[in-house]
Design a protein around this ligand. Structure first.
Ligand code: ADP
Length: 539
């Protein structure tokens, strides 16, 4: 159960009114089925011949009709493998049409999908299995060795040869509801064990149902379908936007071939596939903007975020592509992809910082001080999110759920997620991102809890003291620096593999520094700037 937010009593009526207002915009989600599979089927029924997925790497183009058939058949394969409603099914498949089929098929069985990264640290895998109780994984052949023997591994969908295309009886779809768990997405946690964020169908539907989030493909031609770049790893919740916004609106998903993509390759793909909408993390956005000053062609809206967005790069992109919209999308996984967005429609609008904007439909935001009272514009406070996008919580972890998800007594007991992000309102009624309350940072778009790595290093035999910090402000090449006091070099050599087995690769320190003691700044805190300077000059 969620804990009540303490200290939030005694607000004046004016304060309440100001805060309560943004919390209640509601998208038109009532108009249609409550379950994701049912919503997809209803979209597919309206536009069966429209192209749903193009996968140039595999040469597949699936219409909505074909995609629904493929997911239906594949759901029967999962059913035969023992998947039942309420189960959790791991998906570890390269970006492909087969991945889209797997997601939809899992939903059709009434189960919930658990995306995991292609490179999976051992302790993460064990935690994922422990928390989810999953016994079935859709995994391509190269991942078979990642899983214990008792797991049932199901090969990803493939149209040819497709033995299961012929299977006789099809399993019935299991009816889904707004609060059916759709997926569990694992993100880093403060103790080193990942947190499994459980997202219900309702939260995904609210993202796809926001009519103002994505602009039309063509203002003059309302019938023209959008085409959305599919690039984010499934384990990263930007994939929720990339998959479900198109699938619930009858648009096309264009799948970037798997593997790392250079800025040049991304630009070429956007052009060749005539993509109209794309999401790039702020780091990749920067690289694509820097690559050259050419126009982004057919692109109508470029969404970016996941970390602070650079105003200079937004300006450069808009100068090169007049008419484009750049959208700063902000939000934690716990509130399903986007909490707030800000659209920039011309280079002249770009100031010193790109606001994170206003809440999307179906989401409310509160900015509160440490005693739980709302702060006026211009003053920093912590951002709380409310509304339809909220996760159920952390799977199998009631304690963590209760500390992050609270209830707001003066909003009729409404549930809110404490983001840990510090923001402030500007005079225009938009939010500005100011930083973090804790020591979470982003490395290449992934959440990294510095405290978790630090405590692992500190507990290593021979280590007297340790500090883990981020080096480099540049969002594209930020690295984790571990500064250690105490051990012999040989002890460090054993420590590194133990970190590799505990943390995902993006969280591993890229810089190490052995120091006689941790330098302190004048206010008595560890002087991380001095450590960074030392590490960078001795490397
Ligand atoms: P996402 O998929 O959006 O990256 P995560 O749950 O991985 O979601 O990370 C969420 C955190 O990332 C936020 O709490 C915030 O600290 C940071 N973040 C996300 N979007 C932005 C943005 N547009 N500007 C600044 N920080 C952001």
């Amino acid at each position: 159960p969620d804990a009540p937010l303490s200290g939030l009593t005694g607000l004046s009526a004016v304060e309440r009114a100001r805060i309560a207002t943004p919390a209640h915009s509601t998208p038109d989600t009532a108009d249609g089925p409550e379950g994701l599979w049912e919503r997809f089927v209803s979209t597919a029924g309206r536009s069966p011949d429209a192209v749903a997925v193009t996968d140039p790497a595999d040469g597949h183009t699936l219409t909505y009709r074909r995609l629904e058939q493929a997911a239906t058949r594949y759901a029967s394969v999962l059913h035969d493998a023992g998947v039942r409603a309420g189960d959790r099914v791991i998906i570890q498949v390269d970006r492909s049409a087969a991945e889209v089929v797997a997601v939809l098929a899992v939903l059709r069985t009434g189960a919930c999908y658990v995306p995991v990264p292609q490179q999976l640290a051992g302790t993460w895998r064990d935690e994922v299995l422990r928390v989810t109780g999953a016994t079935v994984a859709v995994a391509s052949a190269d991942h078979c060795r990642d899983w214990p023997r008792h797991m049932r591994l199901v090969a990803p969908w493939s149209p040819d040869p497709a033995p299961y295309e012929e299977t006789g009886a099809l399993a019935e779809p299991h009816p889904r509801a707004g609060d059916s768990p759709a997926y569990i997405s694992f993100t880093s946690g403060t103790t080193g064990t990942p947190k499994g964020v459980e997202i219900p169908d309702r939260a995904v539907i609210r993202l796809a149902a926001d009519t103002g989030l994505l602009r039309p493909a063509d203002d003059e031609d309302p019938g023209r379908r959008r085409s959305m770049l599919r690039m984010a790893p499934l384990a990263f919740d930007a994939s929720t936007l990339e998959l479900f916004h198109p699938l619930l609106n009858g648009d096309r998903i264009a799948i970037l071939p798997p593997g790392p993509a250079s800025p040049r390759a991304i630009r070429a793909f956007l052009r060749d596939e005539e993509i109209t909408h794309a999401w790039l993390t702020s780091g990749i956005f920067r690289l694509v903007a820097q690559y050259d000053a050419a126009s982004l062609g057919s692109l109508r809206q470029l969404l970016t975020g996941g970390d602070v967005v650079s105003p200079d790069h937004v300006r450069a992109v808009l100068e090169a592509s007049p008419g484009l919209w750049v959208t700063n999308g902000y939000g934690p996984t716990e509130n399903t992809t986007f909490t707030t967005v800000h659209h920039v429609t011309s280079a002249d609008e770009v100031g010193d910082a790109v606001p994170i904007g206003r809440p999307i439909e179906g989401t409310g935001v509160l900015v509160l001080d440490e005693t739980g009272r709302p702060v006026p514009p211009g003053v920093d406070g912590e951002l709380y999110a409310t509304g339809l996008g909220l996760a159920h919580g952390y799977a199998g972890d009631a304690e963590r759920t209760a500390s992050a998800f609270v209830t707001v007594p003066w909003l009729a007991g409404e549930r809110a997620y404490a983001t840990g992000d510090i923001v402030r309102w500007n005079e225009a009624g938009e939010l500005l991102f100011r930083g973090r309350r804790d020591r979470q940072i982003k490395v290449r778009g992934h959440r990294v809890e510095l405290a978790a790595i630090e405590s692992h290093i500190r507990s290593w035999p021979g280590v007297v003291d340790a500090d883990v910090s981020a080096v480099g402000d540049d969002r594209t090449d930020r690295a984790v620096l571990a500064s250690v006091v105490g051990p012999e070099r040989s002890a460090l050599r054993r420590l590194v593999p133990s970190l590799t087995d505990t943390f995902p690769s993006y969280a591993l320190p890229g810089l190490w520094c052995l120091v006689p003691s941790l330098p302190l700044s004048r206010n008595g805190k560890v002087d991380t700037d001095a450590l960074a300077a030392r590490a960078l000059t001795t490397e």
